[in-house]
Structure formats: structure tokens, C-alpha cells
Ligand binder design. Structure first.
Ligand SMILES: [Zn+2]
Length: 175
């Protein structure tokens, strides 16, 4: 396994909906290892979704130490598979960034408290209750699985500005 190249928006893999995981097998474990290796390579990423490394599957990783969010965090780099929100309440406006939109950030309105049902690596159904930073991160990553990024929550003007910067970034980095 090795770190994969991060897809930079605009990119067709990032903007199409991903397929649910149906087999909890070695291929899934290999995908999760690639996501972990890529997160380690990229440094301090709080989350990474499979489409960001070019795989349209409903899997993402989140790594939020509990001490960074008043005790509400993940168990290291945790895999979330086929996520579904069963509760969303409250509102918060916070700034989001993304490895697929390097050097940029923008304000997004999210639910402040969520309960999300998901599958773990063994195919067991689990639930996570999240607030604030962790809740925002779960919503950002689930957006990736639906082909959405934080730029899609911006005004047309801001989105277009960021798009032009990213096209320039890709030319300069030959992606
Ligand atoms: Zn992202």
C-alpha cells in the first residue's frame, strides 16, 4: 500500500455520487489502508473520503482526537462506511477546508448535532453521536460521497473564483 494522489476539484470523481459498499472483504480493507496511508502522508487531515483518492465508494475516514472536541472524537483514524444521518439538529456556521481544494476555505452552515448510522469494517451497524467539530466533519465527508464539496455551499461568485484558482493550481502542479 502507498499514499495515493489527492484529486483536486474540479474533478469528475469528486462530483459524482459514490456506490454503497456491499462486500466487507480484503478489497475494502486495502482501500481503507490506502486512505490511512494518504492521510499520514498529507499530515494533519481530520478526514478523507474515498472519492478524494479516485474511488467512488461510500467510505470515509475521520481522525478527531477527543481532546480536540470536548471529549467527542474518534478512535484514531476511524472508517465510516455507508453513512446515513438519522438525526440532525441545531445550526452552526463554521469555516471548512479540504485537501481537494488546497489553500482555500469557506463558511458553511451545518447541523451542530448529528446522529449517524454507519457500518464498520466488519460490516456491523454502528451509530455515532457527534457535536460541533466532529459533527461538521461527518457532514463534510458524507457530502463527498454525494459528489458535493464545501465550494457547492458558496455563492456562485466565490465558487467560480475558487474554481479558477484550482485550475491554475492544477496547471502549475501538472495534474
Ligand atoms: Zn473534503
Amino acid at each position: 500500500m502507498s499514499p495515493k494522489e489527492i484529486r483536486i476539484w474540479p474533478d469528475s470523481t469528486l462530483t459524482k455520487p459514490s456506490e454503497p459498499i456491499t462486500h466487507f472483504d480484503a478489497a475494502l480493507r486495502a482501500l481503507v489502508r490506502d486512505l490511512i496511508d494518504t492521510m499520514n502522508h498529507e499530515g494533519n487531515a481530520a478526514g478523507l473520503a474515498a472519492p478524494q483518492i479516485g474511488v467512488n465508494k461510500r467510505v470515509f475516514m475521520v481522525d478527531i482526537p477527543p481532546e480536540d472536541n470536548n471529549g467527542n472524537g474518534t478512535n484514531g483514524k476511524q472508517a465510516f462506511i455507508n453513512p446515513v444521518f438519522i438525526k440532525k439538529e441545531g445550526k452552526m456556521e463554521w469555516q471548512e477546508a479540504c485537501l481537494s481544494v488546497p489553500g482555500e476555505a469557506g463558511y458553511v452552515t451545518r447541523a451542530r448535532h448529528v446522529v449517524m448510522r454507519y457500518m464498520d469494517l466488519d460490516g456491523n451497524q454502528q451509530e455515532i453521536d457527534a457535536v460541533d467539530y466532529l459533527a461538521g466533519c461527518l457532514q463534510h465527508e458524507t457530502d463527498h460521497l454525494d459528489g458535493k464539496l464545501w465550494v457547492d455551499h458558496q455563492s456562485r461568485l466565490k465558487r467560480e473564483l475558487v474554481r479558477k484558482k484550482m485550475l491554475k493550481f492544477k496547471t502549475e502542479h501538472k495534474r
